[in-house]
Design a protein around this ligand. Structure first.
Ligand code: COA
Length: 181
């Protein structure tokens, strides 16, 4: 089941992100990897801007994905599925759901160049690597130069059409707090 996430979910989100992010160890530059990968105050800050949705199994959150419209594009942010639940289609279903909410023509996602599995996941779901990634990362993301240097961007054209579920989600995205109602 997909549901939108709120500050009440932050401890479980913190667990999922930092457990899943262990996959980065040894794959991304050592100076970019730390534990926790995303400290709680950083997650709380991200939750003020980004609308997060999660996948529940038997009432327990096991995966999450964020969406952040900026100017003329929409960014997918912070996608994590707990290791024991990966490769069962949860990431793909979260993406399918969020994709329906997108009102901009272009959907973008950034990931580490060394995270081959993540690149495979986005490509499997219709994204393609873009050539102007540095320019895009500087324009739409707020990340350090070292992360820009060691990241890639994948994009897809979505047409900006709003479907039925999209209307509901966009209503919540339109709220000032970006919290789900
Ligand atoms: C990337 C991630 C979110 C995908 O979630 P998921 O629920 O496993 O995704 P799905 O089951 O919908 O899709 C699986 C596809 O993703 C790719 N993939 C996922 N894990 C993979 C792995 N360990 N090795 C290779 N490919 C992998 C493959 O294309 C796979 O398809 P396949 O099983 O047919 O080969 C999950 O692997 C994860 O949380 N990884 C750690 C954190 C991360 O890399 N986040 C992405 C940040 S951009």
């Amino acid at each position: 089941m997909i549901r939108c996430l709120s500050l009440q979910d932050r401890d479980r989100m913190y667990f999922i992100i930092n457990r899943s992010a262990r996959a980065y160890q040894g794959k991304i530059p050592d100076d970019c990897y730390h534990r926790p990968y995303m400290p709680l105050p950083e997650l709380e800050q991200e939750m003020r801007r980004i609308a997060f949705f999660g996948w529940e199994e038997d009432g327990e959150l096991v995966g999450l994905m964020g969406i952040e419209p900026i100017e003329d594009v929409t960014l997918i942010r912070h996608t994590y599925v707990l290791p024991g639940w990966q490769r069962r289609g949860i990431g793909g279903r979260l993406l399918d759901y969020l994709r329906q909410t997108v009102t901009t023509p272009r959907l973008l996602v950034g990931t580490w160049a060394g995270a081959g599995w993540a690149i495979a996941f986005w490509e499997k779901n219709g994204f393609g690597l873009v050539p102007d990634k540095d320019e895009l990362l500087r324009r739409y993301w707020d990340i350090p130069p070292r992360q820009i240097e060691t990241s890639v961007v994948l994009g897809m054209e979505v047409g900006g059409k709003i479907k039925e579920t999209g209307r509901q989600i966009n209503t919540s995205l339109g709220l000032k707090s970006k919290k789900c109602t």
